[in-house]
Design a protein around this ligand. Sequence first.
Ligand SMILES: *[C@@H]1O[C@H](CO)[C@@H](O)[C@H](O)[C@H]1NC(C)=O
Ligand SMILES: *[C@@H]1O[C@H](CO)[C@@H](O)[C@H](O)[C@H]1NC(C)=O
Ligand SMILES: *[C@@H]1O[C@H](CO)[C@@H](O)[C@H](O)[C@H]1NC(C)=O
Ligand SMILES: *[C@@H]1O[C@H](CO)[C@@H](O)[C@H](O)[C@H]1NC(C)=O
Length: 298
Amino acid sequence: MSPYSALAVVVLAGGWCLCAADVGDFAPCLQFFYKSWPPKGPSGTPICQRFNNQYRFATLYSRPRRSPWFSAYVYSVPAGKRPSASWKFEPQLAYPGAEGNMIPFPPGPLDQNVVESQAVDQDYINSTYSRGHLNPSLHHQSRENRSATFTLTNIVPQKVGSNDGPWELLEDSVSKTLAAFCLGEAYIITGIIPYLNEDRWLKNHRVAVPEYIWSAYCCPNYNNSLPAILKDAFPTYAAIGRNDRNSTEEIVPISEKTKKQFRGYDVRQMPLETLEMYLKDRFKTVVSVFYEQCSGSD
Ligand SMILES: *[C@@H]1O[C@H](CO)[C@@H](O)[C@H](O)[C@H]1NC(C)=O
Ligand SMILES: *[C@@H]1O[C@H](CO)[C@@H](O)[C@H](O)[C@H]1NC(C)=O
Ligand SMILES: *[C@@H]1O[C@H](CO)[C@@H](O)[C@H](O)[C@H]1NC(C)=O
Ligand SMILES: *[C@@H]1O[C@H](CO)[C@@H](O)[C@H](O)[C@H]1NC(C)=O
């Protein structure tokens, strides 16, 4: 049995596994969760996302889907523009003993164990999906923190109409809201909702495609003099975005007002409880995104 298949057996059998540092355990990176409390519900492989020897954020990864369930991070007010960062991979997903830093894909042929263990550039090239960041680079200040979001374990197949349309607007409006009214840390978790009955995949059947993308933040310490339009936006708020024009409209309705190229990729903002209700429906288990729903009771 190769080291990789041994690891896969452990992961598939147990859901969570205590593997090498940075994979299998959120313990080294609990600072990215409100009250050091990772979401309850979906099971997968925890990754403490490390770049240049610093933890940058946390991801719950699905090995069978070769894509994340969610990424969790602490927001910081962006400065400057989107980096043209190189795409990276996680060597420790392929080799449990490997060092935990993400590294840029080398030019030329890839190690087959790496290809087996995660998505690679070739999965996305010529597909009908773009690379959608769960943890977006524009919610970070420093160049390195932005660059660290360009790991394919933080990426899901996302339709361009969502990625460059309503979802981008949501990321932008969350950023403006938090920059203006969040006084302390803002903890953000962004994840996916899988298709209900049968998973859909990128062209070569390696990377699973989400039906929806969701996001929620928790900012327990905020400015109380909120404008009327933001009075429900604190301490916590959530949203679900469509990633498939053909989805039914029960979770997120389609607005006639959305520009034509973005129509069907609408985003619906909602209270955290409403998001958790939809997550419970689809994951068939209770999902708690933040400790005590970010009630702010210390
Ligand atoms: C980079 O991100 C880490 C983790 O959120 C944070 O502790 C650090 O302050 C950030 N660095 C800069 C320069 O923003
Ligand atoms: C993408 O499509 C182009 C044109 O059909 C082809 O030349 C190229 O090899 C394809 N690349 C991959 C990675 O599939
Ligand atoms: C809170 O918001 C009000 C109104 O926008 C602003 O005048 C005030 O300076 C803010 N307070 C803090 C502590 O940021
Ligand atoms: C949506 O439906 C159209 C028409 O049936 C089909 O061509 C298209 O591939 C579907 N899109 C997705 C993402 O399933």
